[in-house]
Design a protein around this ligand. Sequence first.
Ligand SMILES: Nc1ncnc2c1ncn2[C@@H]1O[C@H](COP(=O)(O)OP(=O)(O)OP(=O)(O)O)[C@@H](O)[C@H]1O
Ligand SMILES: [Mg+2]
Length: 266
Amino acid sequence: MPGRATTPSTEAQRVTSINITNASKVFESWDGEEIVALEDISLDIKENEFVSLVGPSGCGKSTMLRLLAGLILPTGGAVEIDGTPVKEPRKDTGIVFQQATLLPWKTILDNVLFPLSVMKEMKPDSEQIARDLLILAGLGGFEKKYPDELSGGMQQRAAICRALVHDPEILLMDEPFGALDALTREEMSLELLRIWTERPKTIVFVTHSITEAVLMSDRVVVMSARPGRIMEIIDVPIDRPRTFEVEASNDFQKCAQRIRYLITGK
Ligand SMILES: Nc1ncnc2c1ncn2[C@@H]1O[C@H](COP(=O)(O)OP(=O)(O)OP(=O)(O)O)[C@@H](O)[C@H]1O
Ligand SMILES: [Mg+2]
């Protein structure tokens, strides 16, 4: 990966490549109509790569993440992680949904710890890890609050902490910053890049923001309207670590313009 600030982890078990081969997903609606959400998707994602998915509403971005998360199965083709078909949620995967989906009866701290308690992987230092993540996300002091005592953006930040608490090798993020105000959104995007540099992981990131996609990603996958297909994959040839200053560079502008053209035709 060009310009990575740190070398990726060399631990033997942390090998996580994603291979999607000619995958399709057809949903059947309640009246029997077939909805082709994804058609003939082929995409290989390398270990520790940061890949964004962009495209018009309804083009199948969330469907693609749900396939990778093992929440749904493809109707055709294959979705594999390390050569194994993804048939159910995996322990090495974390997911941030479009909505925060916190458990309303649990405190923020217990929500963040929830994946560890479900997986029976609570360790002596787990609570401290969760507390540190909450501080990182600007939620220090809110550990004992309940979700409905937090704003939508704060809930979403807690959901991001929850996805990170078991330090997953693969992080699937569905418009994670959609509910945040512009400034917090920028801060969180740099924070995510920092976390990713310190603890390398494979990230598949859905966003509607072209600049966010270019700023964060090694590659941006541009999808077409339904049925969702891959139109083009854009390499982002910008060194890391990146700050907002790179947005003024020629390479950044070229990537953003190409993506905009593919999506809007302008
Ligand atoms: N469970 C389902 N049953 C039937 N159709 C579905 C189901 N889930 C998704 N779809 C359809 O599949 C298509 C893709 O949906 P998806 O949610 O993946 O789009 P998206 O790219 O994430 O859109 P957005 O940007 O608005 O979040 C849509 O036409 C949607 O109606
Ligand atoms: Mg979606």
